[in-house]
Structure formats: structure tokens, C-alpha cells
Design a protein around this ligand. Structure first.
Ligand SMILES: [Zn+2]
Length: 223
């Protein structure tokens, strides 16, 4: 591990800053979500269908966020969002990341009986603040890595993304809609039975750009 990564203490300080940010207006603004989603260009999905047996495979995280964060280049995953848009809180009908939105039931990625949640990063570009949450299957290699290096969240009580138990098996899920919660899921996902919606691509629709670089001048999210 190189010396330009966050120390455990620095990560804790960043976590504290992030918790302060999401509670800046009082109680965190949590919205119920049925789905998580991932927006990519048509070509990205076609490649998976035609050449990879419909299996969307994890890949190494690129260099978005703080360059000091402890997951860049260390663990593989896939980014998802749960953020709801507009005053009626709908799934987005446009994205800078591509023209096809894949929706996946929240419990497949967030089921707390099967997964652990970790805080990995808090950063911004000039407009929005992001929090990176890693979700791992219990006792997987990625889970071991995160257990040793990141901050483990209480799955039922945290101000970013959380589960609420309905009964022994069923849960509701909630996401903070005042910060952009990026979910980095560390398992491959089969696309069979998933829902796809055509949306408007607002950016270059590149498939290799998953996030944004960190604004180092912001006092809110830098140590
Ligand atoms: Zn910031």
C-alpha cells in the first residue's frame, strides 16, 4: 500500500465530514427506493449480450474521487445509483453515462442478510457532492479487503443507504437524496430478466467514464 493513501484516521475524519454534510439541514433526507440503476451506452449492453453470455462482470475501479481513496485499483465492482429525480422522485430519463438505463430490484444488491456496506470516499466536482459506498457479499475476498481497510456501516442505521426490516425476509430500502450516493457492487451480475429503458444521453456517453475527479479546493470534503 502506498503512502499517498488515506490512513485509517484520515478516512475516519472524512467519514465524519461526510456525516456532518448530510445532516447539515437537520435530519438526513432519506427516500424509499424500489430499484437501483446503471446507465450505459447501447454498445456496452450489446457487448455483454453478444460476447459475454449476458454476464456483466466487475472491473477495477478507475480514478474518480480522492486519489488517496483506498479502493482505486484495489477491488473490482460495478457502479449503481439509486438517486431519484425531479419533484415527483422518478428514475432518471437522462444520463451523462449513456442512453440505456438498466434497473435492478434494490434487494438483489442491498439485501442485508447477504451483504455488508462500507464507506469508501466523499468528494465533489464543482456542483455535486458524492459518497462512495461499497457493497460486498459477506465473507467474499472484497468483503475481507473492505473489512480491513474501509469503514463498515450499520446496514439499518446510516445516513446514506439503509435497509429497514419488514419481516424475517423482506426489507424496505432508503437512499439519501441530498447527496449523490454511488454504490460500488463487487459481484458480477447476470442481465437475464433485468429491465432496460431507453433514455436521453446528455454527455459523450462514454462507457469508460464512471465518475468525476475530485475538486481539491472544496473545504467541505477535503481534510
Ligand atoms: Zn466538496
Amino acid at each position: 500500500m502506498s503512502s499517498d493513501e488515506f490512513t485509517a484516521q484520515e478516512l475516519r475524519d472524512l467519514f465524519r465530514k461526510c456525516c456532518g454534510f448530510v445532516k447539515r439541514n437537520g435530519y438526513p433526507n432519506m427516500e424509499k427506493i424500489e430499484y437501483l440503476y446503471r446507465c450505459k451506452p447501447q454498445d456496452y449492453w450489446d457487448d455483454i449480450r453478444y460476447f459475454n453470455n449476458n454476464l456483466m462482470e466487475t472491473y477495477i475501479k478507475d480514478d474518480n474521487g480522492h486519489s488517496e481513496n483506498l479502493i482505486n485499483g484495489e477491488i473490482d465492482g460495478l457502479f449503481f445509483s439509486g438517486r431519484l429525480c425531479g419533484s415527483n422522485l422518478k428514475l432518471p430519463n437522462s444520463s451523462p453515462f449513456g442512453n440505456i438505463r438498466m434497473d435492478i430490484k434494490s434487494y438483489l444488491i442491498l439485501n442485508p442478510n447477504k451483504h455488508n456496506f462500507y464507506f469508501a470516499d466523499f468528494y465533489c466536482n464543482k456542483k455535486l457532492h458524492y459518497v462512495t459506498i461499497v457493497v460486498c457479499v459477506n465473507n467474499s475476498d472484497a468483503d475481507d479487503y473492505c473489512q480491513d481497510n474501509l469503514i463498515k456501516l450499520n446496514k439499518f442505521a446510516n445516513p446514506f443507504i439503509k435497509a429497514e426490516q419488514i419481516d424475517g425476509r423482506r426489507h424496505n430500502f432508503y437512499i439519501n437524496n441530498d447527496i449523490w450516493v454511488e454504490i460500488f457492487y463487487t459481484e458480477d451480475i447476470n442481465l437475464n430478466g433485468k429491465e432496460f429503458t431507453r433514455i436521453r444521453a446528455t454527455g459523450k456517453g462514454s462507457s469508460n467514464f464512471d465518475g468525476v475527479p475530485n475538486n481539491k479546493r472544496c473545504k467541505i470534503c477535503n481534510l
